[in-house]
Design a binder for this molecule. Structure first.
Ligand SMILES: Nc1ncnc2c1ncn2[C@@H]1O[C@H](COP(=O)(O)OP(=O)(O)O)[C@@H](O)[C@H]1O
Ligand SMILES: [Mg+2]
Length: 506
């Protein structure tokens, strides 16, 4: 089905501002239809060789009444014999009312044709079309709503509706069926619909509302008065100790006087959004709880690493000291992930934010400053769930630590290690390459047979926890060139390639 904007662009000579005015009108007109208990249609003038014709640009049915048209009329033409009041309304700039008969309907149709005025010009015609034998017996609610519709119709015909400026978010706005309060010109309640009365009861307002202002009724803030002063709709949420929440939208009814535009009344639509908000709050507290847990895990891990460090200081053997120091680093690595998780909402982290502190952690273990090693990160890994980020951090720590421990030996050379991260969306995997320009591993090196604790941890985490693959070998000249190493002539270097599937990480 074509949209109003498409239809207008293709068939009419309406300006962009005219079309924006009409779009604003139809974003609000569900409310008008509900107040009118009828179908509303919007006709735009189209200039054809046979003169002006009218194209149905939009249609809305009332949630409060029966529809006259089972089919969709958008995109169909209406001519003057069919609907003579449309042309009359557009020409006179006045609301026209009358009865028409349509060939496909047995009963005559009551039609109200309202010129949609913008800057003194009728840019379209809005009609209310309802069967003359409509079954609804008018009670107080019906009479009140119809009179409100008439007020809004007059606003449309005098360019006061839709309101200019901010566009209201129609998706959460209360509807007429949710509850209506009708206000007089001094923002006092003239009528409250049964649903509105129930909504008021839920927030503890039991007094008879008629004759009172919203503030007198116990509203924390008088949205109605605010909308009267600003002459535009005001949306507010009324919260009764987090138990009941009412979403309130107050719309002023304006009338052009001889000299000025006056506020002659208003409507307040209200909807009980307690359940919605309760769920919002639940999600918020859940999020906060998860963050808090990550925070505590991080603290506990820090305590453990501190205890270990204390113990390490008392050891005499260098080997034992080194082993404990390694463990301390591994624990701190895991703590890092939890720290990042405790800062961000959700269960995933931007992995780059872990890689950087990991590098820092490794650098701290570089004792002698006469052997500088430069660490560089290229690319990005995107966001990863904690289930991947945690083991992967330990893997990267081990690899970086090995570069520090083994790659440069006694060689006096400016060491560089580069970490390349690449998220492959197609293949749903993360590719990581850690490459250094150190002494290299020998050709026969096979990580599958490596017996050191560090590489054993790496191998186990990659293949079992992460379901990925790992390769470790001497770097080729090409790889060193690709990694932009140009520090010396004969270079060897080690390259480690990881492929980690990320199916579960989206
Ligand atoms: N980047 C590297 N450059 C050179 N040799 C390496 C590199 N990474 C690992 N190695 C070699 O692999 C061995 C095993 O490493 P690992 O399992 O971490 O044990 P550890 O670090 O405790 O010696 C190291 O002892 C070293 O010989
Ligand atoms: Mg190691």
């Amino acid at each position: 089905m074509p949209t109003l904007v498409e239809l207008a662009a293709e068939h009419t000579s309406l300006s962009e501002d005219d079309v924006a005015h009409l779009s604003a009108l139809i974003s609000e007109w569900g409310m008008l239809a509900d107040f009118s208990f009828a179908d509303l249609l919007l006709y735009v003038p189209v200039v054809s060789p046979s003169g002006t014709n009218w194209l149905t640009a939009s249609q809305v049915r009332a949630a409060t009444g029966q529809t006259l048209y089972q089919s969709d009329l958008v995109g169909e033409y209406a001519d003057d014999t069919d609907r003579p009041f449309i042309a009359a309304a557009a020409q006179s700039g006045q609301i026209q009312k009358g009865e028409i008969t349509l060939p496909y309907l047995s009963d005559p149709v009551n039609m109200t044709a309202i010129p949609v005025m913008r800057e003194g010009k009728a840019v379209a015609v809005l009609t209310r079309e309802v069967s003359t034998v409509s079954g609804r017996r008018p009670g107080q609610l019906e009479r009140t709503y119809l009179s409100i519709f008439d007020d809004f119709a007059t606003m449309v015909a005098t360019g006061l509706f839709p309101f200019t400026g901010r566009v209201a978010d129609a998706s959460v706005a209360p509807r007429v069926g949710d509850g209506v309060i009708v206000l007089d010109g001094s923002a006092r309640v003239r009528y409250a619909s049964p649903n509105a009365v129930s909504a008021l009861h839920r927030i503890g307002i039991r007094a008879n509302a008629v004759g009172q202002s919203l503030a007198e009724l116990g509203f924390a803030h008088d949205a109605a008065r605010a909308s009267f002063e600003r002459r535009e709709p005001v949306v507010e949420e009324l919260d009764q100790e987090h138990v009941v929440t009412l979403l309130v939208r107050s719309i002023p009814i304006l009338k052009r006087g001889a000299r000025a535009v006056n506020v002659i009344g208003g409507v307040v639509l209200m909807r009980d959004v307690s359940e919605l908000r309760r769920r919002d709050r639940l999600i918020l507290t859940k999020d906060a709880t998860i963050k808090e847990i990550h925070h505590r895990v991080k603290n506990n891990l820090q305590t453990i690493s501190s205890l270990l460090r204390l113990q390490g200081r008392r050891l005499a053997s260098d080997e034992a000291k080194a082993a404990v120091a390694d463990s301390v680093r591994r624990i701190r690595t895991i703590a890092l992930v939890h720290e990042t998780l405790s800062r961000e909402p959700g269960e995933d982290v931007a992995f780059i934010e872990i890689v950087r502190p990991l590098i820092q952690l490794t650098q701290e273990s570089l004792q002698s400053s006469d052997r500088p090693i430069r660490f560089e990160v290229r690319g990005d890994a995107g966001r990863l769930p904690a289930t991947i980020a945690t083991p992967l951090s330990v893997v990267i720590l081990e690899l970086l630590q090995n570069v520090v421990d083994h790659a440069f030996g006694d060689v006096r050379r400016d060491g560089v290690v580069r970490v390349f991260l690449q998220r492959d969306k197609q293949d749903d995997a993360l590719h990581i390459r850690v490459i250094d320009n150190g002494v290299g591993v020998d050709d026969q090196f096979n990580i599958a047979q490596a017996t050191g604790l560090g590489l054993s941890i790496v191998r186990t985490l990659v293949t079992t926890e992460l379901g990925g693959t790992i390769a470790m070998r001497p770097a080729t000249q090409q790889e060193l060139d690709d990694a932009a190493f140009n520090e010396g002539d004969e270079q060897i270097g080690t390259v480690v390639d990881l492929r980690i599937p990320t199916e579960s990480a989206h």
